[in-house]
Design a protein around this ligand. Structure first.
Ligand code: SAJ
Length: 417
């Protein structure tokens, strides 16, 4: 097939490569000149296992440029952010506007981006219909095929996960299935477009609500004088229970965002409350810090506080919507001196130091904001020697099994003294 992939981000580009590797004739399109140039001159990097090999094997069937061209199939993989906590469809709509003049009778248009319910038809179908004399699901076909790959294991999951093929016509389902079957080893699950949209949103909302429950358990465990880690590990021994982990906040471009898409214009009190609980966790983490500093006879004002981890989750270099940013903001508003350390992240809202020794020099407190593997082997005795007297650790990820000697230690959901 001749395929045109619009949006060469962390999903769009590997997907274009997988399709090219499978033998399709693929044109990848991105509005960013920098992105197009970096792909074409080979300097583009995606820190994901297996990406380099995939890129190399895709090259002979892949052309990358700034504007779309005619194809049998158009695949839209553009960002769908939030704007004032409401879905912002503007990138999807501009992609639809860009391809509309190129769409011909019998073509298939697939949306991979996560969108609010009905947006596949209302944001893409309608735009193409209005700009052509064609009807969606009659003259051209529409499908929603949401990505569900986990950053950090992206390529493996793009190939091996089951995929939802959402389309409202048999022909749309058949054509979409044929394309995905060429590179995807997982099951291809047929559904209508709105069902596919809501299923995708439900996956990430399930995780958001489950994490909020874990966070609520953490807060009540602190009040009860018990450790939430023990509670969750015991409860999870039940064969049908899987409570997620509490923490200093929920980040990334999906879990804190997608529930807002699902509930837009709806009365959804459970999901709204879950979002509120998760969004309150950075503030709670600073509350634990203030208590710990108080025990040390210190105040947050003027204290040097080191955030260990800018990434939104362990072992990735991605800091989008990272709770560390919120933590830094609250610390700064409390007049603390903030230093951010991360072994992987290069781009963040605040300067990032990569040497942990110099980061903690003269610090009063450390907040573990990301559970990077590297932080499991920190020499705390050495850190203590570099820090001020009565050093504090607030473990925002329950990373440490116990308080390192000589530290005042607090962790989420654990009322240790
Ligand atoms: N987090 C917790 N407690 C947990 C698990 C995660 O506080 O028990 C926090 C993490 O620290 C992180 C945030 O949640 O800040 C999100 O991380 P994540 O690992 O839950 O998810 P993402 O955003 O990396 O990827 C999710 C995945 N969705 C699900 O697992 C249902 C992925 O499969 C999706 O493809 C991706 O969203 C997406 O693009 O939608």
């Amino acid at each position: 097939m001749k395929v045109c992939v619009i949006g060469l981000g962390y999903i769009g580009f590997p997907t274009a490569c997988l399709m090219a590797k499978a033998g399709h004739n693929v044109t990848g399109v991105d509005i960013s000149e920098e992105r197009v140039n970096s792909i074409n001159n080979g300097s583009f990097k995606l820190n994901e296992p297996g990406f380099e090999e995939l890129f190399t094997s895709a090259k002979k069937n892949l052309v990358v440029k700034k504007s779309p061209e005619k194809a049998d199939v158009f695949v839209i993989c553009v960002p769908t952010p939030l704007k004032n906590k409401a879905p912002d469809n503007s990138y999807v709509e501009s992609a639809a506007n860009a391809i509309a003049p190129l769409v011909e009778k019998g073509n298939l248009v697939i949306l991979e981006s996560t969108v609010m319910p009905k947006a596949t038809h209302e944001s893409i179908g309608k735009i193409i219909e209005n700009k052509t004399n064609m009807k969606a699901d009659a003259d051209f076909y529409l499908a929603h095929c949401p990505e569900r790959a986990f950053p950090g294991n992206l390529i493996f999951e793009l190939v091996n996960n089951d995929r939802i093929i959402g389309s409202d016509t048999e022909k749309g389902k058949e054509l979409t299935k044929e394309l995905y079957a060429s590179f995807c080893k997982g099951g291809l699950l047929l559904a209508g477009t709105v069902t596919a949209e809501v299923a995708k949103l439900s996956e990430n909302t399930f995780r958001s609500v489950n994490i909020a429950f874990a966070n609520e358990l953490a807060l009540l465990s602190e009040n009860l004088g018990i450790n939430v880690k023990d509670v969750i590990s015991l409860a999870n021994k039940h064969p049908r229970v899987n409570i997620h982990a509490p923490g200093a906040g929920v980040g990334g471009h999906c879990i804190p965002v997608d529930p807002y898409f699902l509930i837009h214009g709806q009365n959804a009190p459970l999901v709204k409350t879950a979002l509120e609980i998760n969004e309150s966790m950075p503030e709670h983490t600073i509350h634990l810090l203030k208590n710990a500093l108080h025990s040390a006879g210190k105040s947050i004002e003027g204290a040097k506080v080191v955030l260990l981890g800018a990434a939104y989750k362990p072992d990735v270099d991605d800091a989008r919507e990272s709770p560390a940013e919120k933590l830094a903001e609250i610390l700064i508003s409390n007049k603390a001196n903030v230093v951010v350390h991360d072994p992987l992240v290069k781009r963040f809202a605040y300067p990032v130091v990569s040497d942990i020794g110099s980061a903690v020099e003269g610090a009063d407190a450390i907040i573990i904001s990301t559970a990077h593997s590297a932080y499991k082997s920190v020499d705390w005795k050495n850190m203590k020697e570099k820090m001020n007297t009565k050093p504090v650790i607030v473990d925002g990820r329950n990373l440490l099994s116990s308080a390192p000697p000589g530290f005042i230690y607090k962790s989420i959901g654990n009322p240790v003294k």
